[in-house]
Design a binder for this molecule. Structure first.
Ligand code: DGT
Ligand code: CA
Ligand code: CA
Ligand code: ZN
Length: 578
């Protein structure tokens, strides 16, 4: 299959033509970009098609077809070979430095003899760049900074989601508060809920975009402006996270958010489907190729619906079978925040690491309208943070005394048990039987081999006092890798013993991982979505837990804390009865 190389060559053609034409928007540049989309949509090897057959493809005209034939015979598009001679790679690469557009690039070469990065650095140091027509000291400074930054951060530097998410939400909230902004949302990998984020892609719909870019560039989290245009800007935060902002018309909202959410693979599959119907799909609209009439653009739902697809939740858009499933109407019935009835992994300041009082935590859970919760402070084996038997019994009395104040919410006195190296947990069987719920987690021995780890977790599941396994691997994003376990064996034991696997919604944990969750598809494994909150302001972890469950294709029916109080309590008791 030669199509990928063809795509790369047409991309390069577009890139070099931008320099030659001194514009990123010239007719030829747009034609090459259109060709890229046509090739992306093709399913057969294009080098095997004749001129006539190539031109039958949507988006392929005579000139594009000729170039594809040139590639098929020579291994390179003729025009590209010429451009490569005129514009050597080390020169072209300067155009990727924020602040250096196609026109500046030519000026630098013709006026200052700049052909590569060393030349450019010398020209900047000699303060010659500021004297070029249309530039100035500010631009010079910006280019210098950009070069420093590129040196500091490699291209593959990614930010863990627990860092990126709060920053992105801050930007979205600030944008939503601006005049004329109708809608704002983070898209890209963050909306798909990837664990690491390359950059944040924010889309705003505005009736009038005047002033929005300026105000965006001045937001507190911005440490450096990389590029500021009419409809597109890029900034860096102090953490080195890049945030791209695009402003679109309200009528383009659906098409834009769909496009910028990706994934790229998902987009390509959607575009192929559109082409089969004689339509094109881009960041502006789904529209008819011939007449250019818009078929759908306002909402993502309308676009999926026009393509005869069930709506695909953003968390599923990874190009791993979700479009086929949407086509057959066999997508999983996903869990939403509103489906949750309870939280079963909750701490208070009775644990050394808890920061809210027991009373505040219970009140906050009740305020969410939950119908059950388990308070699960740490068992005695956890150094510093664990509760002795005496303290546990005191706590139980305090919690049970509160029950009368919350007639609509069942309070379970639970415990977060520690799984030791052999799979045993805290206390003894009699004492454990006194709890109303148990979540058992790994907090130690992270380096044992996979067989030992698996045995350990499976043994904990065989304990009747253990209703769920908390944060399965114990990993902390950007900080600590989790334990290695044989997921198949763990899921099999979970089914057999009636133990739930926790979907821990703490952003630095997201454990079990969405990859692990996808492996459980088709099984009867039960899951429980928890906050692991140590403070009342962490209760929104439930929301992130739902997003990770979605990304893991988990069916709502398998999530025990979507069940009614009666059904849930029966499930808890059936395990504890042994
Ligand atoms: P990241 O930033 O590396 O974590 O991953 P994404 O998925 O956020 O990727 P990004 O920021 O490069 O682009 C955002 C979305 O824009 C991406 O998910 C799909 C869309 N997109 C970007 N480039 C292309 C492209 O060349 N073709 C298509 N079809 N879509 C693209
Ligand atoms: Ca991105
Ligand atoms: Ca981006
Ligand atoms: Zn915990």
């Amino acid at each position: 299959m030669h199509n990928q190389e063809l795509i790369r060559q047409f991309h390069e053609l577009a890139e070099l033509t931008k320099i030659e034409d001194g514009s990123a928007q010239s007719f030829r540049v747009r034609a090459y970009e259109k060709a890229v989309r046509a090739i992306e949509a093709a399913t057969e090897d294009l080098t095997e098609l004749s001129m006539a057959d190539l031109q039958k493809l949507e988006g392929v005209g005579k000139s594009t077809a000729e170039k594809i034939r040139e590639y098929a015979t020579d291994g390179v598009v003729g025009k590209l070979a010429k451009l490569r001679k005129a514009y050597p790679r080390e020169f072209v690469e300067l155009g990727r430095i924020p602040g250096v557009g196609p026109k500046t690039l030519i000026l630098l070469r013709d006026e200052l003899g700049v052909h590569n990065l060393e030349d450019l650095k010398a020209a900047l140091a000699a303060e010659k760049v500021r004297d070029l027509p249309g530039l100035g000291a500010k631009t010079e400074e910006k280019i210098t900074k950009s070069i420093d930054r590129l040196g500091l951060h490699g291209k593959d530097r990614r930010t863990p989601i627990h860092i990126a998410m709060p920053i992105a939400r801050e930007f979205v909230d600030a944008l939503l508060a601006m005049e004329n902004v109708k809608q704002a949302e983070y898209c890209g990998s963050l909306r798909r809920f990837s664990e690491t984020i390359g950059d944040v892609d924010i889309v705003v719909a505005a009736s009038d975009r005047t002033g929005i870019m300026e105000r965006f560039a001045q937001l507190p989290a911005v440490s450096e402006v990389l590029a500021q245009g009419d409809t597109k800007s890029s900034i860096l935060t102090s953490t080195g996270l890049q945030v791209d902002l695009r402003i679109v018309k309200p009528s383009e909202w659906g098409a834009a958010t769909l496009y910028f959410t990706g994934s790229k693979t998902h987009n390509i599959e959607l575009r192929q489907r559109a082409l089969k119907r004689g339509w094109t799909l881009n960041e502006y609209a789904l529209s008819e190729i011939e007449s250019e009439a818009v078929v759908a653009s306002k909402t993502e739902k309308a676009i999926y619906s026009a393509l005869d697809l069930a709506y695909v939740n953003p968390r599923l858009r990874e190009g791993i079978g979700e479009i086929a499933a949407a086509d057959e109407n066999s997508l999983p019935n996903l869990v939403e925040m509103a489906d949750l009835e309870g939280d079963l992994h909750v701490h208070s300041d009775w644990s050394g690491d808890g920061r809210s009082t027991l009373e505040a935590m219970v009140a906050a859970q009740a305020a969410r309208g939950f119908s059950y919760m388990a308070l699960t402070d740490h068992g005695e084996d956890l150094a510093m943070n664990g509760l002795s038997r005496e303290r546990m019994l005191d706590q139980r009395r305090v919690l049970m005394a509160l029950q009368d104040d919350y007639p609509d919410m069942r309070l379970l006195h639970g415990c977060e048990l520690n799984i030791d190296a052999e799979g045993n947990v805290d206390y003894d069987a009699d004492f454990l039987a006194g709890f109303g719920y148990g979540v058992a987690s790994v907090h130690s021995y992270f380096d044992l081999d996979i067989v030992t780890q698996t045995t350990r977790v499976v043994r904990a599941m065989q304990n009747p006092a253990v209703n769920a396994i908390g944060h399965l691997t114990g990993r902390k994003l950007g900080k600590r890798p989790g334990i290695e376990v044989d997921l198949e064996a763990v899921f099999e034991a979970a089914e057999l013993t009636g133990t739930a696997i926790e979907i821990n919604g703490h952003l630095q944990r997201l454990d079990a991982t969405s990859e692990a969750l996808r492996l459980a598809r088709g099984s009867k494994v039960k899951f429980v979505i928890d906050t692991d909150a140590h403070h009342v302001n962490e209760l929104e972890n439930s929301y992130y837990g739902c997003l990770n469950a979605q990304r893991g294709w988990v069916d709502k029916a398998q999530v025990v804390n979507t069940w009614s109080k009666k059904r849930f309590l029966e499930w808890v008791e059936s395990k504890r009865a042994g």
